[in-house]
Design a protein around this ligand. Sequence first.
Ligand SMILES: [Zn+2]
Length: 477
Amino acid sequence: MKRREFMQRTAGGVLATTPLAAATSSAAESPVPAKDPPQNTLDLTTLPNFCAHEHWGSIPAIGMSPEGFRADTETGAVPSRPVSVWDLVLDPYFGGFLAQAGTDPHQLATQAGAPDFISWWQKKPEEALAQLRAPLQNQALTGAFQCLRKGIAYLHGPDIGAFELEAWREADTAVANAYSDIFSWYSNAMEKIHFSGLIRPVHPEFYVREGTAASAKAELGFTHTIMRIDPLLHLWEKKSPRRDGLAKIAGVEPRDAQSWRNFITAILDLAAAHGTTGIKQLQAYSRPLRFEHRPDREIVWSGALSDEQVIAHQDWIVHECCKQANDRGWVHQIHVGTHNLTQSSPLPLQILAKRYPKMNIVMLHAWPFLSECGWLAKQYPNMYIDTCWQAILNPDFFRRALQEWLGYIPAHKLMCSHDATSIEMAAGSSLINREILSEILDQHALRIGIPPNDLQHLALSFLHTNATNLYPLSQTK
Ligand SMILES: [Zn+2]
């Protein structure tokens, strides 16, 4: 049945009592609405969108520290050189997808006699773009490229999707100018794209290391954090410079069960003092998500551990972090799926959900375990889903996820962040999410026979309110 036929058939029913029908039909002239409403009447473009899981700053121009991306280990990390549009495009995500497809921009640059791709681009832009044009065109329909393209066009103007030199040069200049004052840029761009807040997962070192006092203050003016617990799961090796560094920060050397508990308390206290809103892990990329509860006596604390001993050690630490997060009423963001697919099912997370009922678990990405994540979110009061990264992988994953979940899980369980490496990529993801959300809610409105705008409050929940209700933001600074 087409939309028009539906409207006509239901005109005497639900729609006749709505303001929409009252405004468009006159009972004296015709029993049907005089005019169909537009196909897509739900406009979500200006609703606030809370970004609860982002990696803005994981770009080459900001670079790495020994522990990970510098943006995640140092408060107020600013670029160490002018930022190019290629820093946004050749990021760990899209750059990684190019590498998986067999393209190595760095190698192309060195073959052409340049030290790296950006130097090549600066010296011979036409030649550099020409070499990447075909590989980029091969990825033109992918979510990552579409998010970058849409975000760059929305925030800076030029459309890089035609792969024309002039547009790339304009984008390059605009990006360099914007990032010359990176935190002002983030603040301005957030306003432009209607982002209502930002949470970034950071390493424990972030809380004690800063670029400059001024840059740290500028970043913390709008940035909330959650703390990554992954670094704590690799401190068992006999020689571990990171353990030594963190022990110094915590003032406790982790050697046995009691000192490990004290060590975790001290690190989480430090994060709490800096206004964190929870913890985060990405163990799904390297091991199954079955974290068994282990008694202290089962654990070997350091040395040459067997694979089983490493798993037991990690299980113990994850449970101790969860116990403390539970006591503090914190959120635990957990990566699910997307990598390591035979082992990254979220179903074993029930163990944590049951044992720590005051710790809200947010399953990130969910794809391809859409049914499993939906079931968990429906089954457990403390399990939620954030669709971040779906649009960047493939906008149709987000569409499919909404189709799977909206008729099944309670509306307060769903959030739509972006998991982007730049604010430009996040902006593109947000634009795509809003379009698809509008389309799917419209379908539901049509099915149940109410005006699409009556579902606007649901869109606001998904984009903004669910996250601000879930994360204890009032404790942040
Ligand atoms: Zn992430």
